[in-house]
Design a protein around this ligand. Structure first.
Ligand SMILES: NC(=O)c1ccc[n+]([C@@H]2O[C@H](COP(=O)([O-])OP(=O)(O)OC[C@H]3O[C@@H](n4cnc5c(N)ncnc54)[C@H](O)[C@@H]3O)[C@@H](O)[C@H]2O)c1
Ligand SMILES: O=C(O)[C@H](O)COP(=O)(O)O
Length: 401
């Protein structure tokens, strides 16, 4: 297979893909604008990207594309609808960079509490100012509020426990027993979490429903002196409202992501928010540790390998989970050429659309096989009779899901 890697990617990952016999084209400098032309010229079947945007135009140009791997967590940079329209799988690497992001989030918390950046800048200028910078509030016993409770938030919680912090979390579906075991209290609402936390750390994906989840109203709920840590995705926080809240001196912020951040590795960045005194910023480096890069590369290789060797794709994000069908037809049959085609022809005669299908073969020569076919509509008894009448069919059963 031909694989185009359009972002920085661990060399070990490229080697592993070549060892599997794939042609690997590495073009880490490609911008989102260059991608359609590169896809049209190189004609890869697999595309690997990090934050580079994959637009409708890119999918239209990449006629051979069958799989896009997001070598990271967030998939908001990929036009999933355009991928689905063309039957292109999109997969990501969930959790593989969670530790790296949690480490950065904690770095920002500690640095803000002790004002390490300003203290260091003054020392660099030859100024000793213990008086100004010896005023950290301390983390022990303080409350950390986690917005979202997925892979990254849980790694942040693990580290917060070691610092003796109290932890609360808010997310749509938190398993309360699990959270309790992890010594995390489930907040009654986002508002309650914001109002009761000394440090708020955001770990939700960007989508329509999370756009400006934290705006002026939410920021106003945070107590005076609280810290907001945002390492999730530009757009989850209303940056303009945040700039106003920080400028007022009420809260301070540690940011790795911004609404108007460049998608390239190097670019000018003229952000009023990032320049504020009460803001510590990093340029979207949450996932950029060597460890995370290698874990992401290993997962990317696993996904491509499963796809090329078995035809299945781990971690797909653009399958229709709602559309899995309501009836399962299990047909045990002799493992012979043409039997499945006959079963499918019977389904076609009865105007039944197959949602998913799998077939397993029993051990032993001249054995039997079993096909599991998921259907959206209920077949009538006549169809089952049709299938059962086939001389190579050993049995057929229908189950409602
Ligand atoms: N800064 C970086 O370099 C970096 C690196 C990795 C991931 N990220 C970002 O962090 C995000 C989270 O990553 P993750 O691995 O923890 O994902 P995850 O899928 O494991 O967890 C996401 C959590 O958000 C929760 N959630 C969704 N909508 C919510 C809402 N409206 N309110 C509250 N909670 C909500 C989910 O229930 C889940 O608990 C990613 O989607 C990505 O955008 C950034
Ligand atoms: O969603 C992610 O995994 C992060 O935002 C990392 O982005 P990057 O791969 O461009 O560093």
């Amino acid at each position: 297979m031909r694989i185009l890697i359009a972002d920085k990617f661990a060399p070990r990952g490229c080697e592993a893909l070549r060892e599997l016999g794939h042609e690997v084209i590495s073009e880490p400098g490609l911008s989102a604008g260059d991608l359609p032309t590169a896809l049209a010229d190189r004609r890869p079947e697999v595309l690997v990207v990090r934050s580079t945007k994959v637009s409708e135009e890119a999918f239209a140009a990449g006629g051979e594309l069958a799989l896009v791997v997001r070598a990271g967590a967030g998939v908001n940079t990929i036009d999933l609808e355009a991928a689905s329209r063309r039957g292109v799988f999109v997969a990501n690497c969930p959790g593989k960079n969670a530790i790296a992001v949690a480490e950065l989030a904690f770095g920002l918390i500690l640095a803000l509490d002790r004002r390490i950046c300003e203290a260091n800048a003054e020392l660099d200028k030859g100024v000793w100012n213990k008086k100004a910078y010896g005023k950290g509030r301390g983390l022990y016993g303080r409350t950390l509020g986690l917005v979202g409770y997925g892979a990254i938030a849980r790694e942040v919680a693990l580290r917060a426990r070691a610092f003796g912090m109290r932890i609360t979390a808010h997310a749509p579906h938190i398993d309360r027993d699990h959270a309790e075991q992890e010594k995390v209290q489930v907040a009654a609402s986002l508002d309650e979490l914001l109002a009761s936390s000394d440090v708020v750390s955001i770990h939700v994906p960007y989508r329509e429903s999370t756009r400006h989840l934290i705006g002026a109203r939410e920021l106003a709920l945070m107590p005076e002196g609280a810290l907001l840590i945002h390492t999730a995705r530009g757009g989850v926080v209303d940056d303009r409202a945040l700039a106003e809240a920080v400028s007022s001196g009420r809260i301070r912020a540690g940011l790795d992501v911004y609404e108007d951040e460049p998608s390239k590795g190097e670019a000018p960045f003229d952000s009023q928010l990032a320049r504020l005194e009460g803001v510590y910023g990093t340029p979207h480096i949450g996932a950029s540790t060597q460890q995370a890069g290698e874990a992401i590369a290993a997962e990317t290789v696993r996904i491509i390998r499963e796809f090329t060797e078995r035809g299945s794709v781990p971690n797909v994000v653009n399958l229709d989970a709602e559309h899995t069908g309501r009836f399962t037809l299990v047909v045990r049959h002799l493992d012979r050429v043409g039997v499945l085609a006959k079963i499918l022809a019977a389904l076609r005669r009865h105007q039944l659309n197959v949602q998913t299908m799998s077939n397993v073969v029993f051990k032993g020569a001249d054995g039997a096989a079993s096909a599991t076919i998921v259907l959206e509509n209920e077949p009538d008894a006549e169809l089952l009779d049709d299938i059962r009448a086939h001389e190579a069919v050993l049995g057929a059963d229908l189950r409602a899901m």
